[in-house]
Design a protein around this ligand. Structure first.
Ligand code: NAG
Ligand code: NAG
Ligand code: NAG
Length: 292
């Protein structure tokens, strides 16, 4: 009985939260012309995924270190699969190429002597902007030890990596290399809207946040990007566009919103290079503006 109550409450909370920060039905219909399906779809998926995740959380509590064949819809397999998404974004993501976990088909976990635990997964990965989905095999190793290492990932997705976005990236790069003037807040805003010009910078924020989410991931975590709080373009250095982002992450396990500040560069040839990442103090955001 306890389980059912908690799960239902959590789902309700999840839904309320999602609607308040992502999207309401009236926005979805009014804005369809300027709002690419990809973003709507991504947000809807995030919402659906969170609902599923919250339901399975309570079931999985007793079973955190599940070994052997895993239930693909339960937390252990989902968490490991989500790490693959973050990994793909850190390696291959761009303002025009963004990967998401679409589905987990099967999972298997085993202890690896001394070094940690290894997950073998069959998953479907989606590239949101072109809306292409591919089945991929992946292996995720969560290392054991005093030092917290980020998980090691191996994944093979042939087709998705062939998506060529160079022309769009070059255009964006030239535009912002000239102007160096980007400054924006709240991507998406509280109604789920993003100006079309700002969409590439929402995607870029998700790619940069994937470096944080990959690095912070363990077998017990699950993160999503909630919002880019703000982004400021800094002076171009060594032909790399340079950005200062504050990104809000949704920690689905604790239901907290975490604030991360990221300093990174991007260019079509070098991709995203994170120079600095720092979690802002939790109390930071609650203080009235202007207080020390
Ligand atoms: C993405 O592709 C799938 C399958 O091909 C299709 O069902 C879905 O409607 C597409 N989504 C968008 C937003 O175009
Ligand atoms: C990843 O996290 C560890 C601590 O968990 C930290 O020491 C390391 O600097 C982080 N990596 C980056 C690139 O910030
Ligand atoms: C960006 O947002 C963070 C957190 O909301 C805030 O602390 C910071 O001052 C903002 N920066 C700019 C440049 O607006």
């Amino acid at each position: 009985m306890g389980f059912v109550t908690i799960a239902v409450l959590s789902v309700l909370m999840g839904v309320t939260w999602s609607q308040s920060v992502t999207i309401g039905p009236e926005v979805a219909s009014a804005d369809r012309s300027t709002h690419p399906n990809a973003i709507l779809q991504m947000q809807k998926q995030a919402v659906i995924f969170e609902q599923q995740a919250i339901v399975v959380e309570k079931e999985a509590v007793e079973d955190v270190m599940a070994t052997g064949k895993l239930n693909p819809s339960h937390y252990p397999a989902q968490r490991a699969a989500k790490v693959v998404q973050h990994y793909l974004n850190t390696r291959y993501g761009s303002p025009y190429r963004l990967f998401g976990l679409h589905q987990v088909h099967s999972g298997h976990a085993e202890d690896v002597a001394d070094s940690g635990r290894k997950y073998q997964l069959e998953i479907s990965v989606q590239e949101f902007i072109r809306n292409i989905t591919e089945k991929c095999s992946a292996e995720v190793l969560f290392q054991r030890g005093e030092k917290l290492n980020s998980p090691e990932v191996q994944v093979s997705c042939e087709e998705l990596l062939k998506i060529n976005t160079k022309a769009q990236e070059d255009t964006l790069y030239q535009q912002y290399k000239m102007s160096q003037s980007l400054s924006a807040q709240h991507l998406p805003d509280s109604h789920g809207n993003i100006e079309p010009d700002m969409e590439p910078f929402w995607h870029l924020g998700i790619v940069a946040a994937s470096f944080v989410m990959l690095n912070e991931s363990t077998e017990n975590t699950l993160y999503n990007v909630a919002q880019v709080a703000n982004v400021t373009q800094l002076e171009t250095e060594n032909e790399q566009l340079k950005f200062d982002y504050t990104i809000l992450l949704h920690d689905i396990v604790s239901q907290e919103i975490l604030h991360w500040k990221l300093l990174f560069t991007w260019s079509p040839s070098e991709g995203v290079k994170v120079l600095q990442m720092e979690q802002l103090p939790r109390c930071h955001c609650e203080k009235p503006p202007g207080t020390p």
